[in-house]
Design a protein around this ligand. Structure first.
Ligand SMILES: [Zn+2]
Length: 250
């Protein structure tokens, strides 16, 4: 959830809900000490919310926290990826457009991250689901350009919409990114495995980084933005800080 400043001690908060999709609501008085709404507007918090219709925006009146996901805040790497997932959801979705499957994927992703799953794989798995739900998911089973089976040197072309075959690669132009058959196979797995089982996928870091690059390029091309939190996670990965947990899990 992204919190915007608002007059005085109130805030405009972006929530992603199961029933209504993205909702922007005013939370009055959350800046005051002891506000009963303060815990509900913490980023990365799962809650039951009561929203009252306002003139322009709804008003958050009360609610109950179901899962504060404390485990995401105590680890920079998990927090970075979880923030990326939240920002991607907030920026890619339309207000008041219910997307219950995406809501469940979001919840499963945050639970997996908190449970120690590899943050990168979970994040790319979530992003692929989000793209699919928005109707711009990558074509991975046949050539995105000619529709034939994938043979020859594979490339990935965000503008063509996914994997392209060896015959189409020149037509893919400079947008095509070469990738190995192994990365292509793992990309299909990341796109289709249930999120709570992605950690069992044996994906070497080099292939996972390639998958991340393809997903990020696909997002930039089809959604036309780069999440601000992307820089944070890339700097964290480039610094070689791979401190945790989970990386050894299969
Ligand atoms: Zn082709």
């Amino acid at each position: 959830m992204i919190v915007h400043k608002y007059r005085g001690t109130g805030r405009v908060v972006v929530f992603f809900t199961r029933e209504r999709g993205k909702v922007e609501a005013v939370a009055r008085g959350v800046g005051k000490p002891g506000s009963k709404l303060a815990s509900l507007v913490e980023p990365l918090t799962l809650s039951n919310l009561f929203l009252a219709k306002g003139r322009e925006l709804d008003h958050l009146t009360e609610g109950d926290v179901i899962n504060p996901f404390y485990g995401l805040r105590s680890n920079m790497r998990r927090f970075g990826y979880a923030s990326y997932i939240a920002e991607l959801t907030a920026r890619a979705t339309e207000p008041d457009l219910p997307m219950p499957q995406l809501f469940e994927a979001l919840r499963a992703s945050l639970e997996a991250l908190e449970g120690g799953a590899r943050p990168d794989i979970v994040t790319w798995g979530f992003a692929l689901r989000l793209l699919g739900q928005l109707g711009v998911g990558p074509v991975l089973e046949q050539c995105a350009n000619c529709g034939q089976s994938l043979t020859g040197q594979l490339r990935y072309s965000p503008s063509a919409g996914g994997l392209i075959c060896g015959d189409c690669a020149p037509a893919g132009g400079s947008g095509g990114i070469a990738l190995s058959g192994m990365t292509a196979g793992l990309l299909r797995c990341v796109a289709t495995f249930p999120i709570d089982r992605l950690s069992r996928l044996s994906c070497p870091p080099v292939n996972c980084e390639e998958i991340g690059q393809l997903v990020r390029r696909h997002i930039e091309y089809h959604l036309d933005f780069v999440p601000r939190s992307q820089r944070f996670i890339q700097e964290m990965e480039n610094s070689g800080a791979r401190p945790d947990e989970g990386d050894e899990q299969r």
